[in-house]
Design a protein around this ligand. Structure first.
Ligand code: GLU
Length: 279
């Protein structure tokens, strides 16, 4: 099983299409199924109309998921996973505000939690987040595209926030729980999430996952080298292209060429993608 996991915070654009090319291409090449997982954990920015539009645009392109899931429907699954970590004494409540954490932000790199609440034994209650204690060790994995990787989650980000002070499940927790619960064998995503992988491998292990999934992180489309498509670049919306008369096959072929997967744009459909991504 693999997954396509968009956040419904905007319309489908060529960046999503590139991810879908990899996801469906690898699914076709390996016989895996695809779950369309709507990652609407960000309750402020997620909107039902974006979700409807994402589903419609994917269908127009010919990317048919085998299953559908929505994170906001899966609260009980996250509660269970949290209860399991709590029962093992791995979690603690945290009342640090973002500002307090930001105060210790390193000059470069991501925000690292300094463990201020680790031994304070605070009760879990509203207004407090929940974190998991992570181990100091290194996590290694073989990225299917980028080769061997080594990360030290404790040094990168510190103890992982599972639920925030407003009671919202975090991306790291919800995605890791779902990848385990949905039997995801291949996590295929853009390389902006590469740095999250070590901590997700460790978190999955703490949740009881025996073997991590395989990971593939592909380059993102940063900019369209041709200005012909649209004035906006990475946000090139599929709806705009469709309104301009583009066919679905042309959008897919254009995106594959933009990412360097094929030498020059040509029409492609989903059935062609296994050969495009697995060379
Ligand atoms: N929902 C995330 C995003 O839209 C993807 C998460 C993932 O693939 O792990 O960037």
């Amino acid at each position: 099983m693999t997954r396509f996991a968009p956040a419904p915070t905007g319309y489908l654009h060529v960046g999503h299409v590139l991810n879908a090319i990899y996801v469906w291409g690898i699914a076709r090449a390996t016989g895996a199924r695809v779950v369309l997982r709507i990652e609407d954990h960000d309750r402020q920015r997620s909107r039902p109309e974006y979700e409807r539009a994402l589903v419609e645009d994917l269908a127009w392109l010919g990317f048919e998921p085998d299953e559908h899931a929505r994170q906001s429907d899966r609260r009980a699954v996250y509660e269970d996973a949290l209860a399991r970590l709590r029962a093992e004494g791995l979690t603690y409540a945290c009342d640090c505000t973002r500002r307090q954490i930001a105060g210790v932000k390193p000059a470069a790199g991501e925000l690292r939690y300094n463990g201020r609440c680790r031994d304070r034994m605070l009760d879990e209650r509203s207004g407090r987040g929940v974190r998991v204690r992570i181990n100091p060790g290194e996590e290694v994995f073989d990225d299917l595209l980028r080769g061997p990787q080594a990360q030290i989650p404790a040094e990168q980000a510190g103890d992982i926030l599972l639920r925030d002070r407003h009671g919202l499940w975090t991306y790291q927790f919800a995605a890791t729980v779902d990848d385990f619960a949905q039997d995801i064998t291949h996590v295929i995503r853009g390389d902006d999430l590469l740095e999250s992988t070590g901590r997700q491998i460790q978190l999955a292990r703490l949740l009881g996952r025996a073997a991590p999934p395989a990971f593939l992180h592909h380059p993102l489309i940063m900019k369209s080298p041709t200005q012909k498509v649209s004035k906006s670049d990475a946000d090139t919306g599929i709806r705009d292209l469709r309104a301009e008369g583009w066919s679905a096959r042309r959008v897919i072929g254009f995106t594959a060429a933009l990412a360097g997967l094929i030498d020059a744009p040509r029409d492609l459909d989903v059935a062609d993608l296994a050969a495009v991504v697995v060379q």
